[in-house]
Design a protein around this ligand. Structure first.
Ligand SMILES: [Zn+2]
Length: 259
């Protein structure tokens, strides 16, 4: 469904300041791959362990992405600007194909929210080998800036939230998966629901016949199916329909075991 790659090719091969881009992207992408698989997303993870320079690396990443079956290409980087600074700089997500700009915007804002970074938003870039070379729609995530004390601090303390947010947002790109994963609990019927309307009406009619219910509960108490408190609750109008169903079940069991 999608292919993700770590920018660069290991420690010391990307931007380096308060943290090392090449090292962090590999760790992030490996973790992201695991989380996506847990969510039922089919993901190819590309980590370059063979290139010797940046040109080889870009060619390798593009070639590997294009060799996979997928609908979306994603590469993860950390950003850098010329001078070290204390203040936060933030998250941005780059794209070239305008049809993915809304998704890039969403990705940027979700990462910024999870990491408490400034949201620099989606930016169209027409000169990046990854965006131009990959055949499918693509985004390049710049998580935050390695030369900002604040960004690095935020990244370190919110790392799990950030990776979760990326995984969740990528999953949302594939509505079928998102639906099948998210709606699974909804397909389990509400426990306090009778799934047949007709069955419910019949049982409720029995529950409405107060005299018959009273006789039934008396018999239940007599045979020791349940405590007298339930008969008292009934007289006080505190017995619910579901209590009644449960008590009836206990009574049925007791009657049968006595036979
Ligand atoms: Zn980079």
């Amino acid at each position: 469904m999608l292919t993700i790659s770590a920018g660069h090719y290991g420690k010391g091969t990307g931007a380096s300041s308060y943290m090392d881009e090449g090292e962090e992207t590999v760790a992030l992408v490996q973790e992201l791959g695991k989380k996506l698989r847990q969510k039922g997303v089919k993901v190819n993870v590309i980590i370059d362990k063979q290139s010797k320079n940046q040109l080889q690396n870009l060619a390798y990443i593009v070639k590997q992405h294009n060799a996979t079956q997928r609908e979306l290409d994603v590469s993860v980087h950390f950003n850098s600007s010329p001078t070290r600074q204390k203040e936060g700089i933030g998250t941005e997500v780059l794209y070239v194909n305008p049809s993915i700009s809304t998704f890039a915007q969403k990705m940027s804002s979700e990462i910024a929210k999870a990491g408490k970074f400034k949201n620099r938003g989606a930016k169209q870039r027409t000169n990046l080998a990854f965006l131009n070379g990959t055949a499918k729609k693509a985004i390049l995530i710049e998580v935050c800036f390695v030369n900002s004390v604040q960004d690095v601090k935020l990244y370190r303390s919110n790392k799990n939230h950030i990776i979760d947010a990326i995984a969740e947002t990528l999953t949302s790109y594939f509505p079928n998966t998102a639906r099948s994963v998210k709606s699974a609990p909804l397909q389990t019927p509400n426990k306090q629901t009778i799934t047949s309307k007709a069955l419910q009406q019949k049982a409720e009619a029995l529950f409405q016949d107060k005299e018959a219910v009273r006789e039934q509960l008396k018999q239940g108490v007599q045979i020791g199916a349940f405590q007298p408190i339930w008969l008292e609750n009934f007289e006080l109008g505190k017995l619910t329909f579901y209590d009644y169903i449960a008590l009836t079940t206990l009574q049925y069991q007791k009657n049968n075991s006595n036979m």
